[in-house]
Design a protein. Structure first.
Length: 405
């Protein structure tokens, strides 16, 4: 059975699906495809290779598909009670539970071992008390090596969550309740909405339904950062910005307004042959960035070299202490004028920042800039002739419609 494949779908940044598809090919040598709904990709992977999903840097969560029914709700004459009855009976009908649960167990055991290694390193290097019960990736002190999910009964706990797009006579809560009852009837797992072992998810999209088991406990976009500022950028967004920049071996990459250092940290972790310089004019931001780098160096999690190739400097973006033409790539999350600064200040800030970025950047260098204040950046680009706009890509970031220039 280890040579069998399972269907996986992952959530990613809406607008960056193509980057996630490309990453699957680069890192896993797997041909992924964009999902039917924006912000998702789908792929097939060997069960024995399921743990390699953690290599993906551009995704939030991943699920192993148990069953997918294209026309589950195509009979629009059914009442709400009849539809709920169909959801109740769904777990017992034609669902590939054995493969999916084998995949879940293999991934869970791997994550437990991985978290245990990080815990031991933290205790050894820092002499701190690490919580041995919980972790953002799950309850890693619980061993699943000898657990058979099919026959475990109430030794395992579960919960059901449901998401829904389209117009229906039922709500997501109805799906979760009746689907959960069907799962409990089939496996006799106990219900626990907080400290659950297994999370069964249902995705209702118009008339189709996907039944899946979530492999990730915490979002993979929250990795690396321990000191969060008011506008800390998620790791998977940072990776996508870096990928858009086309970083090559030996490149020097600069984030002139780094905040907590998310972009430079992800650059060091994902593009090991590059060097990253980051800075900010706020003292606390520089302290947080330095602390985040130091925490990664302490645990040495996912690091294949002795220390991260970076430097953090306190500076002013209006007058960067860098030589002219010394930077290959400039990548930054510009202030939107909401939590940081104001839109009036952005009109003044953006042109001067673009001039200074152009000065430090090599000829034919590239900048990747993220902002919600699109009009201010477009006006600034018309004023600063050094830059040529190649692409403006809209993405959705936590409900905000922002653009990557």
């Amino acid at each position: 059975m280890e040579e069998e494949t399972v269907d996986i779908f992952c959530s990613c940044i809406p607008g960056f699906e193509s980057i996630s598809v490309k990453e699957c090919k680069q890192r896993l040598n797997i041909n992924a495809s964009k999902g039917a709904v924006r912000g998702h990709i789908s792929l097939q992977i060997l069960i024995k290779d399921i743990c390699r999903l953690v290599e993906l840097r551009s995704v939030h969560h991943y699920w192993v598909v148990v069953d997918e029914v294209e026309h589950f709700l195509d009979d629009h004459s059914l009442s709400k009670d009849e539809i709920c009855s169909k959801f109740y009976g769904m777990p017992a009908k034609n669902a590939k539970w054995e493969k999916a649960l084998q995949t879940w167990k293999l991934f869970k055991v791997f994550k437990n071992e991985q978290n245990f290694e990080v815990k031991n390193v933290a205790e050894t290097d820092d002499n701190t008390n690490v919580d041995s019960t919980t972790n953002k990736d799950g309850y890693y002190n619980k061993s699943y090596d000898d657990v058979d999910p099919i026959s475990a009964g109430d030794a395992l706990s579960f919960r059901v969550t449901a998401t829904r797009t389209g117009t229906h006579v039922f709500c997501s809560g109805d799906v979760a309740i009746h689907l959960g009852a069907g799962v409990n009837e089939l496996f006799h797992w106990k219900v626990d909405l907080t400290k659950y072992d297994i999370e069964v998810c249902s995705f209702v999209r118009d008339d189709s339904v996907i039944l899946a088991i979530q492999l990730t406990r915490g979002s993979q976009s929250l990795r690396n950062i321990t000191h969060f500022g008011p506008t800390t950028l998620k790791a998977n967004i940072s990776y996508c910005l870096l990928e858009l920049a086309g970083i090559e071996r030996g490149d020097v990459v600069c984030d002139p307004m780094c905040g907590g250092g998310s972009i430079s940290i992800e650059g060091c972790m994902s593009f090991a042959q590059s060097f990253h310089i980051c800075g900010d004019n706020h003292e606390v931001a520089v302290q947080y960035a330095q602390a985040n780098f130091e925490d990664i160096n302490k645990t040495k999690k996912n690091i294949t070299f002795s220390t991260l190739p970076y430097t953090v400097i306190r500076w002013d973006v209006f007058q960067l202490p860098l030589r002219t033409g010394s930077i290959d790539r400039v990548i930054t999350d510009l202030p939107f004028g909401k939590k940081i600064g104001s839109k009036e200040r952005n009109v003044f800030l953006y042109p001067i920042a673009l001039e200074e970025m152009a000065r430090i950047c090599r000829p034919s260098g590239k900048a990747v800039l993220l902002t919600q204040h699109k009009q201010a950046l477009k006006k600034a680009l018309r004023k600063v002739s050094w830059w040529k706009l190649r692409e403006c890509r809209p993405i959705n970031m936590g409900g905000l419609n922002v653009s990557v220039f």
